[in-house]
Structure formats: C-alpha cells, structure tokens
Design a protein around this ligand. Structure first.
Ligand SMILES: [Zn+2]
Length: 220
C-alpha cells in the first residue's frame, strides 16, 4: 500500500509516492532525529522537524513538514490480523519471511495466505532482506484496534427518574421532561472523559485516539 508523501520546506511543496518500506524508513529516521510525529484518524502521519540554521550573524528556524497519506485509505484489522501482528511484534527481530511465504521466527507461524495479505496491505513489511517488521499501517491499525474509542449517546429530553416534575420553566415541546445532552468519551482501555455536550466528548475521543496513534508511531 503506497503513501502519498508531501514535503513542505522553505515555502516549497513537493509531492511524491513512497512505498511502505520507504515510509517506515522515513519514520524511523525522523524518530532518530527527534522530529515531532503525529497521526490522525485517517492514519495520515505528519512529521515535523525544526532546525536552527545560521543566517548571517543570526540563527533562523527552518521547519520541514512531511505528511504520509495512505492510498487507499487505512485498513481495519480483523481479529486474526490483529493477533498475527501482535505475534510478529512479540517476535521482534526474529520475525522472518520464509521461502514458502509463511512468516516464521515465532512460536506460532503466520500461514502464507495471511502473510501475503499483511504484506500487500503494508501492515507488515520486509526490510533488510527477509526480516519482517510491522509497517506504519500495521502500527496504527493495531493501536486503533486496541482503542475503539466512542462517545455515548446523550439522553436528550427524558422523564425525570425520581418521578418528580421538574420545577424549572417547562419546555414547550417537552413538557414535564428534563434535558441531558451530556456525553462521555469511552474506550476499552479504561479511558473516560465526560462532557456536557457531545461535540466536546468527540474532541476528547479524537485527542485520545491521536495520543495512542502517536505512541504507536514511537515504537516503529
Ligand atoms: Zn483507549
């Protein structure tokens, strides 16, 4: 699965296409150079590197921004794919693509058809010969799979639980009811953030997802 890479530096913009292997290499190099990395819900990766350069007697800041947008859009993982990726990650540097197409080097190998799909979709990549690593798409898809963050549906206008009629001014279209438009962002990892309106809860959910995606990129 290729990436569309946009490189902006000094007011110039350059667009190119890079492979999964190249994209992973670019990310790893950026991490070594202590660049800032981020990913959004579309799994587009943004790498920002700021350097100080000499400008005559002075120093100036030069910023380079790279974005890597997956084409086509980032895949969702099946449970099996998630488990296969987890085993490859666990095997670390021992994971290898075998001549028969299976991914070996761990206790339970990935069958060749499943291995082919992981590689075709860039979830796993072979770099340095037959060594198998998790690709950027795999890192992000696994993190999204582990963090299915959502927002709860607000109750809206509803009958008061205690059976007592609301003492506040009655709403014309909802007489005898009380309003509740609060919503909570919840994730299976235990993350919870309550807000008094759903759009705010959605913002908390997005921030949580972006945080876990960023953490996933740091493990590349
Ligand atoms: Zn979570």
């Amino acid at each position: 699965m290729p990436y569309t890479m946009t490189r902006s530096s000094d007011g110039q913009m350059h667009i190119s296409t890079v492979t999964d292997v190249q994209a992973l290499r670019i990310l790893r190099r950026a991490l070594r150079l202590h660049a800032d990395v981020a990913a959004d819900k579309h799994h587009t990766v943004t790498i920002t590197r700021t350097r100080l350069i000499l400008d005559g007697e002075d120093t100036a800041e030069r910023r380079t921004v790279l974005t890597l947008r997956p084409e086509p859009r980032a895949p969702r993982l099946t449970r099996t794919q998630y488990e296969d990726l987890a085993r490859i990650r666990q095997a670390g540097t021992a994971a290898r693509l075998r001549p028969d197409g299976r991914i070996g080097g761990m206790f339970c190998q990935v069958p060749s058809a499943a291995a082919r799909r992981l590689l075709d979709r860039g979830l796993a990549v072979t770099a340095d010969g037959d060594r198998v690593s998790i690709g950027i798409a795999g890192l992000l898809a696994a993190a999204a799979h582990e963090h299915p963050v959502r927002t709860t549906t607000p109750r809206g206008w509803h009958d008061p639980e205690n059976g007592r009629l609301p003492t506040t001014r009655q709403h014309r279209r909802h007489p005898y009811q009380v309003p509740d438009f609060s919503s909570t962002a919840v994730c299976s990892c235990g993350f919870r953030a309550a807000a008094d309106r759903r759009p705010f809860a959605s913002t908390f959910a997005r921030q949580h997802l972006e945080q876990v995606l960023r953490d996933a990129l740091l493990t590349a």
